[in-house]
Design a protein around this ligand. Structure first.
Ligand code: UGA
Length: 435
């Protein structure tokens, strides 16, 4: 089946490569010349484990190519996936200009009836708006589908090839039929396939992201109480998580959630709910607690250093989470900014995101070697949960740091080992050591 994927960012590129792996003939379309040029030379615009190899495999097999020409990508396609960005407007509402343009492009260049699949996260009723617009500009039939993705950066390829669920919202049987054949190659796995109406699918995606953000904020609220009371938030999360009705995932307290999705999606969901006459105040608290988690980490560093001005602080992890080079809405960079504004000298290091961090926060010094960063430091802060930070050479660090202090904003170190190595250790929502 020929499939056009409009927008080859984090969602679109993974979607295009996965569809090609499933055996479809895929063209990835984007209006960013440099991105398409790079992809045609085998250069990926971002780091995602396994994606480069997958793209090499499916392009070599002739099932995936990239184009800037909508006519080339869309003509003859049975399905067009819209994977364009839906950033926030100032009031939190999603800006759907890119979705409108993607739909317009499909409308203008479709050479027959076509399924238009909205993959990136959009507000409820977006499909209705797209359908109305397409009817005005084309003589063909458009079958609208909401097919939200649930992939996570850092495990996007795995999540897409082995999803736990597939969600397809459509109001016409023909659309459901075609989408089943699109995903047929994944059906022999243990995947739950939800075939619903469009509005339910649009809403369900928001519900999932908002609920996951709520879980994280709940854990961060508990961490505040644990910090004040001496209880251990990791053990509390383990105990809660052993109840299958609660589940352990997304109960890790830390610096709060970041990235391109949760911050904008929670805000957009709140605005949408209000449009439907419901004040979803719970989401305000989710956002507030997320900000408090960052402030609390800042206060912890500030307090332990006594006078922060001129102190050298190493920040380990600059991406919004591990296994990505994405620094959009990265809590680590927000913390860096707070520390720099308070007068500290901050040196950052990330296994993948150094370049992106330099571009995003030029006042942050970024170095390519973790131990070079730690030389002469008064405090080391673990801001992103990269697995390699769990294996730090503590005795080497102790030898090169001016003050042996570690603030573990992601709780990835073993408190006993850090204590034995002679550090003052300040985790999040857990009792401090050697304070
Ligand atoms: C999230 C969802 O998990 C995906 O299901 C969804 O498809 C995606 O958004 C999207 O809407 O496109 P992603 O933003 O890639 O995926 O990353 P997550 O793994 O969800 O992490 C988000 C943030 O929460 C990160 O900053 C992470 O460090 C933080 N987090 C996560 C915690 O602070 N604690 C946790 O227990 C889990």
């Amino acid at each position: 089946m020929k499939i056009a994927v409009v927008g080859v960012g984090h969602v679109g590129l993974v979607t295009a490569a996965t569809l090609a792996k499933m055996g479809h003939e895929v063209v990835g379309l984007d209006d960013d010349d440099r991105k398409i040029e790079g992809l045609n030379q085998g250069k990926l615009p971002f780091f995602e484990p396994g994606l480069k190899e997958l793209i090499e495999e499916v392009t070599a097999a002739g099932r995936l190519r990239f184009s800037q020409d909508p006519a080339d990508a869309i003509a003859g396609a049975t399905v067009a996936f819209s994977c364009v960005g839906t950033p926030s407007r100032a009031d939190g509402e999603a800006n759907l200009l890119a979705v409108e343009k993607a739909a317009e492009s499909v409308g203008k260049h479709a050479t027959g009836d076509i399924v238009f699949v909205q993959k990136s996260t959009v507000p409820i009723h977006t499909a209705d708006r797209v359908q109305a617009m397409l009817r005005r500009i084309s003589k063909h039939r458009f079958y609208l589908v909401s097919n939200p993705e649930f992939l996570k950066e850092g495990s996007a390829v795995e999540d897409s090839l082995h999803p736990d669920r597939l969600l397809v919202g459509a109001d016409m049987p023909e659309a459901h039929e075609i989408m089943r054949s699109v995903y047929e190659p994944l059906m022999n796995q243990n995947v739950t396939y939800f075939a619903t109406d469009i509005k339910t699918a649009e809403l369900a995606k928001h519900a999932c992201n908002a609920f996951l953000a709520l879980k994280i904020s709940f854990a961060n609220a508990l961490a505040q109480i644990c910090d004040a009371s001496g209880a251990d938030v990791c053990s509390v999360a383990d105990i809660m998580g052993s109840d299958p009705r609660i589940g352990r995932a997304f109960l890790n307290a830390g610096l709060g959630y970041g990235g391109y999705c949760f911050p904008k999606d929670v805000a957009a969901f709140k605005v949408q709910a209000a449009r439907f006459g419901y004040e979803f105040d719970l989401l305000d608290d989710v956002i507030k607690i997320n900000q408090q988690a960052l402030q609390s980490a800042f206060r912890k560093v500030n307090d332990v250093l006594w006078n922060i001005e001129g102190k050298r602080i190493v920040l380990l992890g600059l991406a919004f989470k591990a296994l990505t080079d994405d620094v959009r809405e990265s809590p680590s960079l927000y913390l860096a900014k707070l520390l720099i504004d308070a007068g500290a000298e901050v040196i950052g290091y990330d296994p993948q995101a150094n370049q992106a961090a330099r571009a995003q926060l030029p006042e942050l010094q970024v170095v390519d070697d973790l131990y070079e960063a730690a030389e002469g430091a008064h405090c080391l802060v673990i801001a992103t949960e990269w697995p390699e930070f769990a294996d730090l050479d503590l005795s080497r660090l102790k030898g090169i740091m001016t003050h042996p202090i570690i603030v573990d904003a992601r709780n990835i170190l073993d408190p006993q080992l850090v204590a034995e190595a002679g550090f003052t250790y300040l985790p999040t929502g857990r009792p401090p050591v050697n304070l």
